[in-house]
Design a protein around this ligand. Sequence first.
Ligand code: SIN
Length: 279
Amino acid sequence: MAIRVEPSGAACGARVTGVDLAAPLDPGTVAEIRKAWLAHHVLAFPGQTMDDDALERFTLAFGGFGEDPFFAPIPGRAHIAAIRREADETSPIFAENWHSDWSFQARPPAGTCLLAIDIPPEGGDTLFANQHAAWDALSDARKADLGELVAIHSARLAYAPDGTYGDRDKGRSMDIRPGDAAMEARTHPLVPAHPETGRRGFFSTLGYIIGIEGKAQGDAIALLKDLQEWQGSERFVYRHKWEPDMLLMWDNRSVLHCATGGYEGHRRELHRTTIAASP
Ligand code: SIN
């Protein structure tokens, strides 16, 4: 089956039609989708009638399930979490800061899939920032300063008991499970080469990155703040607008993403899987 791929016109993102994701995919179609995913980093599949079985099958076709800490899965599924906000909920929007999913893991997920379950009539867009573009646009001198740095990642600011989603986070309908495991830290190059394309780009950002090896903490945070502003510059960003019956997949190795609000009084729910890192 030949898929149709329409680029968004922004720094990343494309809309893919001509494929029915409710049915099993043949290897040729999987290969075409993978090629489009690596080229555009974020793919939106509108008009799909997928259920959770189809979401799992799709995720398995692209590399298997990642490991999802700090969320309870939805009942009856080991690998699907609900990104949910009730119409009357007042807690801060989940994931409203730029991040790459689970970048603090030893083997962070290659990608994430989100399936629209309940989409508000307005707002709730997801933003993506192309981190290859953010790297490519730097001067050679700046690249030389940053290119060999090693970033320290941790979930502690978000999921430790005293983190954003820890003990003081009340009234949230999402089933988030903070814990002491969030205190662990791991390192990754700040600007790795993408394992499939070889293109360099920033991996993750301040938040899950809590320091830089060999730099004093104050200097590291000042640099990370400055970089975060650059990484999320308008010219690198694609604003994804949700539609009912839509599946979205993105490449965590090449984009940052964040949620947005603007749908007060409306319910929003998406089912989420992560795609494991390639072996
Ligand atoms: C996420 O970061 O996984 C959620 C994105 C969104 O809710 O738009």
